[in-house]
Design a protein around this ligand. Structure first.
Ligand SMILES: C[S@@+](CC[C@H](N)C(=O)[O-])C[C@H]1O[C@@H](n2cnc3c(N)ncnc32)[C@H](O)[C@@H]1O
Length: 404
């Protein structure tokens, strides 16, 4: 099953790559043993091998070395049959299993992938529409600033970040607006590293991450605590958006704005649930990203309306993905060869990372299970690209809603 799910045999690939990487590893491994610290800013980090050595095994890690293997095995069970037969993880039983176990699924997933995301992507864990002439980082900032502007965040606003990751967007939006922002993530590891970043930037008085479940927001916050809320590529993990959105509604003041980008399949531009190729891509995205099941844009809007919001605007921010003006959002997964961080996102860059992780796991430097995590992410990158090319999926369904 593991081979089918993640596409490669870790033992064999480990043996194959050890020889070819031995020379490269030598100098870097000494360094990684001495430093034993993952430089947590992929835009600036240049220690390719020494940083890779610290993925899933750095001083902030909450998983013990054995925890990685157990965690990936537990995650795998929730997607039983995935990538074997199309439709297996779209059955009601399979979806309900993940919805019931969402908290464990999401928490395990982010214990496993947070380092890889930072390594390849940066501190903001989301995609963004990108204009020609714009750098990847500029497109990320623009997507975040757009949310801040549409939700009328001002220097005096109190803002909730729903599913905040390690807080990349939170820090950028805080610096853009001056607002006070509280981020909630279910994952303790993200809270620990995110709060370190806030302190490093000297904005920890205005920006904080707390551990919590966005399905249970009323347990954390008094009614009417926040002026505005946003959720970036996070509510796709929700087992029931109506519960999540109702909780956001509870936390907002009357008239408060809630904005976000959500992951959805797109029947409006051709997604067909009866087309096995479309279902294959959808299931690949789900298994590679810890999702109970992908919703449609209509379902997202309906859930907002049924949770006490008036939906003021909604559209796919990638609707011009194939116009002359844009670089497709999924292009970043091909990456650029001009910077090291860009290279890591390319197909070849990911193969390099995968090979290094394989070698490190084989040499028992990286925890057992690391290769499977790397394979999981590589496989889903291809599904995301296919979904984007076919315009049957978007990670950037924008919504603006007002608490009634
Ligand atoms: C793809 S990441 C996006 C993170 C962040 N919004 C960003 O753009 O960098 C999804 C986030 O949602 C969080 N999440 C998923 N389910 C959650 C839940 N039930 N409660 C709280 N956070 C959750 C994950 O822990 C993760 O931080």
């Amino acid at each position: 099953m593991i081979d089918n799910l993640f596409g490669s045999n870790p033992e064999n690939s480990g043996i194959l790559v050890v020889g070819s990487l031995a020379a490269l590893l030598g100098a870097h491994l000494v360094l990684s043993f001495i430093l034993k610290s993952f430089k947590r800013d992929s835009y600036k980090s240049f220690g390719f091998v020494s940083d890779a050595a610290s993925l899933l095994s750095n001083s902030d890690s909450v998983l013990g070395r054995d925890g990685v293997k157990e965690s990936i095995a537990g995650y795998e069970r929730l997607f039983s049959g995935a990538r074997k037969n199309v439709g297996t993880t779209t059955t009601a039983d399979s979806i309900q299993h993940r919805e019931k176990e969402y908290a464990t699924m999401v928490n395990s997933f982010y214990d496993l992938v947070t380092d890889f995301y930072e390594w390849g992507w940066g501190q903001s864990f989301h995609f963004a529409p990108r204009l020609k002439g714009e750098t990847f980082e500029e497109s990320i900032y623009r997507a975040e600033h757009y949310l801040a502007l549409r939700s009328n965040i001002t220097p005096t606003s109190k803002v909730l970040d729903v599913g905040c990751g390690v807080g990349g967007p939170m820090r950028n939006i805080q610096q853009f607006t001056g607002a006070d922002i509280t981020g909630v993530t279910i994952n303790e590891y993200q809270v620990n590293v995110g709060n370190q970043y806030c302190a490093q930037k000297g904005i920890d008085q205005k920006c904080r991450l707390i551990q919590g479940d966005f399905q249970k927001l009323p347990e954390k916050f008094e009614a009417g605590t926040f002026d505005a809320a946003y959720a970036i590529e996070a509510t796709c993990h929700s087992p029931d958006r109506k519960i999540c959105f109702s909780g956001v509604n509870h936390c907002l003041k009357k008239g408060g704005l809630f904005v976000g980008y959500d992951w959805v399949v797109l029947p409006e531009t051709g997604y067909d649930e009866k087309n096995p190729e479309h279902v294959r891509v959808k299931e690949g995205i789900e298994v590679g990203n810890g999702l109970p099941t992908l919703a449609t844009s209509q379902e997202v809007v309906r859930a907002l309306e049924e949770s006490g919001f008036e939906v003021l605007d909604s559209f796919d921010a990638n609707r011009n993905v194939h116009s002359d003006r844009e670089i497709p959002w999924y292009q970043t997964l091909y990456g650029s060869f001009f910077t090291l961080s860009g290279f890591r996102m390319t197909h070849i860059g990911r193969i390099c990372t995968h090979s290094i992780v394989s070698a490190l796991e084989f040499m028992r430097i990286a925890p057992k299970g690391s290769v499977r995590v790397s394979s999981l992410l590589n496989a889903t990158a291809l599904d995301l690209v296919e979904g984007g090319k076919e315009e049957i999926f978007t990670p950037s369904f924008f919504f603006l809603a007002r608490k009634k």
